[in-house]
Write a new protein. Structure first.
Length: 163
């Protein structure tokens, strides 16, 4: 078997893209779409609206979440349309949940979906923030049993939004 053929289909049946709202999320999603297409896999996209941001502010989470969710869905709509139009991807699902990012992502999305691979981005936290908070990608690497792809840079130089 040719090595290129072996890597075209790695046997993934469920691909999960963890998106964080950063510019890198487009590259994360684009790579997840390619992996799903190459493997004829289901594609799940997850985004967590951080509830800790609203703690102690007096702002009602319920009043803000629908707008934040719609803004997120609008941002990724062109790539979602492409994925849904791809005959090699049998199922595309976008999930947006509210909560503490780590726990919500792992317990309410990853543990429920049980993906074969997770594609996420590296946000590049400062060393102080990393020491205090850690990163989501590191948390996923340590707590998940499936493959993890951490995207650290745009796939195409200079690209940060859908082409």
């Amino acid at each position: 078997m040719d090595i290129n053929e072996a890597y075209e289909n790695l046997g993934y049946k469920k691909v999960f893209a963890s998106l964080d709202g950063s510019d890198l999320q487009y590259d994360v999603l684009a790579r997840a779409i390619v992996i799903a297409s190459n493997n004829h896999a289901e594609l799940y996209i997850g985004h967590v609206i951080d509830a800790t941001v609203f703690e102690g502010t007096g702002i009602s989470v319920g009043s803000v979440v629908p707008k934040l969710e719609q803004a997120f869905r609008d941002q990724i709509a062109p790539l979602i349309d492409d994925a849904e139009a791809n005959p090699r991807i049998p199922h595309v699902e976008v999930q947006v949940k509210v909560g503490r990012i780590r726990e919500t992502l792992k317990e309410k999305m990853v543990d429920v979906i049980e993906p074969d691979i997770i594609v996420c981005g590296a946000r590049g936290l400062s060393s102080i923030k990393y020491a205090l908070l850690g990163s989501i990608s590191t948390y996923l690497l340590r707590s998940c049993t499936c493959d993890i792809l951490v995207v650290k840079r745009p796939a195409i130089a200079g690209a940060s939004k859908p082409l």
